[in-house]
Design a protein. Structure first.
Length: 182
């Protein structure tokens, strides 16, 4: 076999491998919006100002603090107040939190003396789901899901509101959520 044929075969194998990896990561995934009731969520959080890509350590800190309190949880909640296309990175505001599961809600009064505790009530929402495969999912998901939410909201005549993301580790998914305001 000539060297050119070997190079072409290697390139084809590499391209198939890259396409397979990108497919696995969700690059070709088509998010579908749905309207459903979400919440309520009670969560312990820290405020963060800065690039949304740098929120990971803040979530880790809150998670570790709750573990130290004997609270077991597997879901996190990020609230993102500003549109990164319109707000400078150093001014982006977010709340990085860990959801308190129902069996630990009785500990909330004690937690309020040490931490910031938030609550999101139950409401109708536009929801788009994205699978968690690895840490790249947290970067690919917003690029794929927020345009779908915005398009759906505009088509339905809904007012755009603060977005939040629910990171559900057991279900291996991220829910991108926007409260419906008509």
């Amino acid at each position: 076999m000539s060297k050119i044929k070997i190079i072409i075969i290697i390139l084809i194998i590499l391209l198939i491998g890259i396409a397979g990896f990108l497919s696995y990561m969700g690059i070709f995934y088509t998010p579908v919006p749905s309207e459903k009731m979400t919440g309520p969520y009670t969560f312990v959080y820290e405020e963060f100002i800065g690039d949304y890509k740098k929120t990971g350590p803040v979530f880790d800190k809150v998670y570790k603090s709750l573990q130290d309190e004997g609270i077991k949880t597997t879901r996190a909640l990020g609230i993102y107040f500003d549109n990164p296309a319109e707000t400078p990175e150093d001014k982006l505001r977010s709340h990085c939190g860990i959801i308190i599961e129902e069996n630990d809600l009785n500990k909330v009064p004690k937690l309020k003396s040490k931490y910031k505790v938030g609550h999101i009530g139950q409401h109708d929402s536009v929801v788009v789901e994205f699978p968690i495969k690895n840490s790249l999912s947290y970067m690919i998901g917003p690029m794929k899901c927020y345009p779908v939410i915005v398009k759906h909201a505009k088509e339905k005549g809904y007012k755009m509101t603060t977005a939040f993301e629910l990171y559900d580790q057991p279900a291996e998914r991220i829910l991108y959520i926007m409260k419906i305001i008509k």
